[in-house]
Design a protein around this ligand. Structure first.
Ligand code: MFK
Ligand code: FAD
Length: 498
C-alpha cells in the first residue's frame, strides 16, 4: 500500500501550553486567573482548530490593490484576505486591543491582553501588525493628552463592536531612512482650514487602517527629529474618498504577505498636530514602546507555534524504525530550541508586565528604568531568536518544511521581519545604550537579575543560575571595559545587548 505522511495537528493551544499556564499561575492573582481561564481556553481552541484550518486553506490569498475604478476614478481600494476579514471581527469582539484600556485586570491588564494575543495570533496571518499599531496609536493619544483626538479616535481604537472598530497605521519610514527618521522629507503646510501633508511614505503596513499617526516637518522647521511634528491623519473623508493620499503600490515581500504594506504619496492629506509642532520623534516614543513590546511577544508566539507543530510532527514521522520523538538526537535538538523559546517568552512577558505596571501607575522608579531598557532588549533578542528557531523548525520537517502548502516555510519568512521593522537589531542595541546612558537602568537590571537569581537558587535551579551569573559577569566586564574606550562602545553595542 502507498504511504502518506500524516500532517502535524494542533490541539487546544491553551491547554497544551505548559509554559504559558505556569507563567500565568505565577503572575496573576488566583481570582483573576480563574476569571480569565474560559477566555484563554476559548481562544486556545480557536487557534488550534478553526483558525489554524482556515489559515491552511487561505494560504494562497493575498491582499489586492485596485487603484482605479471602471470609470477612471482613483479609488485605491485594498481587498484583504478572507481570514483577515474574520480576524477584524474577532479582534473587536474579544477586545484584543481593548483589554489594555479597559483596565479590568488592573496592572495585569497587559499580561491579560498579551496572553490573549499570544494564543490566537499565530493563526491570524500577522493581523497582529495592524493591532500593534492601533494599540500604539491609542497609547500615544492618551499619553500626549490631546483631548479632542482622544475623544474622536479612542472609542474606535478600543471598540468591542466590529462595526465601529478602527485600526491605525504608523507612518515614519521614508526613502531617506527608516532608522534615521530625522531625515524625513514629508512637509506640513498650514492653510485656512488647517494642516496638510505632502511627501512619500515608503513602508506603511496595514494600509487599510482608518487613521494613522504620521511624522512630517512643518514648513520652516529645522532639520532632524526635533524639527518633525507628530500628526493625526484620517485616511478617508466622510464621503469615503481618500484624504489626499494615493497608494502607489503594494510591496512584494519575502514574508508577511497577508499584510498590505504600501508605498504612499501624501498630496495634501488633511492632518491635525497631536502635540505641538516639534519633537515628533520624542512624541512617537510611546507608540514605539508599545509596538516593540508587541513585537517581542509576537516573536514568542511564532517560536511557540513552530515548536508545537514540530513536537506533534515528531510523533507522527517515522524514520529508522521509530518516530522522531524517540530519536535521542532529534529530541535533544527540539529540547534546545524549547529552552531558547522559554527564555524568550519570559523576557517578552517581562516587558509586557512592566508596560502594564507603568500604565496602571503602580511601577516603582526602578521598574520604570527597567521598562525603558528591557523593551529594546526584548525586541532585539527575540527578533534574532525567532529567526534561528524558525529555521530549525523548517529543517526539522525535512523537505516538507520547504514546501509552501505545508504552512511551514511561512514561519521562517514571517520571522525574518521581526528583527527589521520597529527598529533593527543594531538600532535597538544603540537605543539600549541610550537608555543606559540616562543612568540607573543598568543598575536596575542588575538588581532585578540578582533578586531573581537568589530566588532561583532557593528553588534549587543551580545549573541555570551559573549560566546567567556568567552572562551577567561578562556584561559587567564589558561595561567596565567600554568606559575605558568610548569609541568601542558603539561597535560592541549589539554583542552587549544580546
Ligand atoms: C507583530 C507585532 C509588531 C507589529 C509591527 C508593525 C509594523 C511595523 C511598523 C514599523 O516598522 S514603524 C517604523 C518603526 N521605526 C522605528 O522603529 C525607527 C527606528 N529608529 C529609531 O528608533 C531611532 O533610534 C530614532 C528614530 C528614535 C532616532 O532618531 P533621533 O532623531 O536620532 O532621535 P533621538 O535624538 O535619539 O531621540 C529623540 C527623542 O526621542 C529623545 O528625547 P528628548 O528630545 O527628550 O531628548 C529620546 O530620548 C526620545 N526617544 C527616542 N527613542 C526612544 C525615546 N524615548 C523613549 N523610548 C525610546 N525608545
Ligand atoms: P536602514 O535604516 O537603511 O538600515 C540598513 C542597515 O543599517 C540595518 O541593518 C541597520 O541595522 C543598519 N544601521 C542603521 N543605522 C545604523 C547605525 N547607526 N549603526 C549601525 N547600524 C545601523 N515603517 C513605517 O514607518 N511604517 C510601517 O508600517 C512599516 N511597515 C513595514 C513593514 C515591513 C514588512 C517592513 C520590512 C518594514 C516596514 N517599515 C515600516 C519600515 C521599517 O521600520 C524599516 O525598514 C526599518 O526601520 C529599517 O529602516 P531602513 O529600511 O531604512 O533600513
Amino acid at each position: 500500500m502507498s504511504f502518506f505522511q500524516e500532517p502535524p495537528r494542533l490541539g487546544n493551544q491553551y491547554d497544551e501550553d505548559v509554559l504559558l499556564r505556569s507563567y500565568l499561575e505565577r503572575v496573576l492573582p488566583p481570582d483573576l486567573k480563574a476569571s480569565l481561564e474560559d477566555e484563554f481556553r476559548e481562544l486556545g481552541e480557536l487557534s488550534g482548530g478553526y483558525f489554524y484550518d482556515f489559515q491552511l486553506r487561505d494560504w494562497q490569498n493575498e491582499p489586492v490593490l485596485t487603484q482605479w475604478n471602471a470609470w477612471g476614478q482613483r479609488v485605491d481600494h485594498i481587498e484583504v484576505t478572507p481570514l483577515w476579514k474574520e480576524a477584524q471581527e474577532l479582534t473587536a469582539k474579544r477586545g484584543l486591543v481593548a483589554v489594555a484600556y479597559e483596565q479590568k485586570s488592573g496592572d495585569r491588564s497587559r499580561v491579560h491582553q498579551f496572553a490573549l494575543n499570544y494564543l490566537i495570533q499565530p493563526s491570524l496571518d500577522i493581523y497582529s501588525c495592524p493591532l500593534a499599531m492601533t494599540d500604539g496609536a491609542a497609547r500615544t493619544l492618551v499619553s500626549l493628552g490631546n483631548k479632542d483626538l482622544v475623544e474622536r479616535a479612542l472609542p474606535h481604537l478600543t471598540s468591542r463592536d466590529p462595526a465601529t472598530f478602527w485600526t491605525s497605521g504608523q507612518w515614519m519610514t521614508e526613502r531617506t531612512g527608516g532608522s534615521d527618521v530625522g531625515l524625513t522629507q514629508t512637509v506640513a503646510r498650514r492653510d485656512a482650514e488647517g494642516w496638510r501633508l505632502y511627501g512619500t511614505k515608503w513602508f506603511t503596513s496595514a494600509t487599510t487602517a482608518q487613521m494613522a499617526l504620521a511624522l512630517a516637518r512643518p514648513e520652516g522647521n529645522g532639520e532632524g527629529g526635533k524639527g518633525l511634528a507628530l500628526f493625526y491623519v484620517e485616511t478617508r473623508g466622510a464621503d469615503g474618498r481618500m484624504n489626499g493620499i494615493q497608494i502607489n503600490r503594494l510591496k512584494d515581500k519575502l514574508g508577511t504577505r497577508k499584510v498590505p504594506t504600501a508605498e504612499l504619496t501624501l498630496d495634501g492629506a488633511r492632518a491635525v498636530p497631536v502635540a505641538g509642532l516639534t519633537d515628533g520623534i520624542r512624541n512617537m516614543a510611546s507608540m514605539l514602546n508599545v509596538t516593540r513590546t508587541w513585537n517581542a511577544v509576537a516573536s514568542a508566539w511564532m517560536m511557540r507555534r513552530g515548536l508545537a507543530l514540530s513536537r506533534d510532527y515528531a510523533k507522527r514521522r517515522v524514520q529508522f524504525g521509530a518516530p522522531l520523538a524517540q530519536k535521542p538526537l532529534h529530541v535533544d535538538t527540539l529540547a534546545g530550541l524549547e529552552a531558547e523559546f522559554h527564555g524568550g517568552f519570559l523576557l517578552a512577558f517581562r516587558a509586557a508586565e512592566l508596560l502594564g505596571r507603568m500604565e496602571a501607575g503602580t511601577a516603582t522608579e526602578e521598574e520604570l528604568l527597567l521598562q525603558r531598557l528591557v523593551t529594546p532588549l526584548a525586541k532585539l533578542t527575540l527578533g534574532r531568536q525567532t529567526v534561528h528557531v524558525a529555521s530549525e523548525v523548517v529543517e526539522g520537517f525535512g523537505g516538507a518544511g520547504y514546501v509552501e502548502d505545508t504552512g511551514v516555510p511561512r514561519l521562517l519568512a514571517d520571522a525574518q521581519v521581526l528583527s527589521i521593522w520597529e527598529g533593527t537589531t543594531n538600532v535597538l542595541s544603540l537605543d539600549a545604550l541610550r537608555a543606559m546612558a540616562r543612568g540607573g537602568a543598568l543598575e536596575a537590571l542588575d538588581v532585578d537579575a540578582r533578586r531573581r537569581l537568589a530566588a532561583a537558587k532557593d528553588a534549587g535551579l543551580r545549573p541555570g543560575v551559573v549560566v546567567v551569573e556568567d552572562a551577567l559577569g561578562k556584561a559587567r566586564a564589558w561595561v567596565m571595559e567600554a568606559m575605558k574606550d568610548p569609541a568601542g562602545v558603539e561597535a560592541g553595542a549589539r554583542r552587549f545587548a544580546l
